[in-house]
Write a new protein. Sequence first.
Length: 435
Amino acid sequence: MIPRYSRPDMVAIWEPATKFRIWYEIEAHACDAMADLGVIPRENAEAVWKAKDVEFDVARIDEIEAVTKHDVIAFLTHLAEHVGSEEARFVHQGMTSSDVLDTCLNVQLVRAADLLIADMEDLLAALKRRAFEHKMTLRVGRSHGIHAEPTTMGLTFARFFAEMDRNLTRLRTARAEVATGAISGAVGTFANIDPRVEEHVCKQMGLEPEPISTQVIPRDRHAAFFAALGVIASSIENIAIEIRHMQRTEVLEGAEFFSMGQKGSSAMPHKKNPVLTENLTGLARLVRMAVIPAMENVALWHERDISHSSVERMIGPDSTVTLDFAIARLTGVVDKMIIFPENMLENMNKFPGLVMSQRVLLALTQAGVSREDAYAMVQRNALKVWEQRTDFKEELLADADVVAALGTDQIEEKFDMDYHTKHVDTIFTRVFGES
């Protein structure tokens, strides 16, 4: 998590001051609930709220922790310095550190998810706009990196939209799954704290009570959350790779926007490199890096250990901050991406007519030629185009066997480009719904 790849709103969620503010709110709401139940005096609960406008001194808490070697105790000691030791004597009653730590972590993850959801909605809007803009812009489809059959740039953007729309659903599911809190005390039995305290705190913090929490909230929830982030990162890389391919000099079907004054190379002034999408490929690797540790955090000893703690202190902020930056960067790339329709047609016609080979193959089989013979007839003419850069249609018209089976008019008809775009509207309706 470095400033170069960070945005302030997401960074703020993980600042120590934010964490201590959430800890304070958890403790204060717990005191309210215990006062309502008659467990502690109402005046003590009200006294805790005297600190509601306090900016907790992070350096002071660190100073105390250097002695106590315990972060929650250090915070509670600092809180008592503001509230008064007598007034604060019921703070944290019946609670254990994980009640504060785990509930806080989930509040932070929910807030991070809300920012990521907004990011995804912006990205989807950009992908949808570009999809409709280039709905019928022809380009060659590729399989194994080799020309296949015609498609459209709009369909390329549409499939990325559909993928990211699925990711938005995954993210919303992950948010819901991690939005739980636990105020259940040591080993999670509620022996020293009423379950109604947990219900009150969770309601105030925007969470649901964890059904059963031992001394920690189960980490399968967090594993699912970080796995969802990893899938989103992989989809970002999927889009970035396509754009990087399109920007290659010998392809040049699309390119990142190149701003005034931008330099592509310290050595070669002519360069326009796909630096943003290359960066996105790298950032995706960093987000995915958190998935395995999050999975390994699921297996904790008995009711609690802290092997997960050091992991989450890093992957929580690092993954969400990095993904937030990456989604926003990709949105900007898509929004300002330059498309070259003429180059798309030129690339498709690099081997004239070759992309229509399947149409001719199917027509021959429908005319009564066996598939094996039909394949051989088409391939022998296609190979001439590969090797000699001739025109595929002209080769077919010069092939007596093909002409005998189809006739010249039917051969000509097989090179109508509209054949490949006749169901684009249907696909768009499936992806975007009725417009």
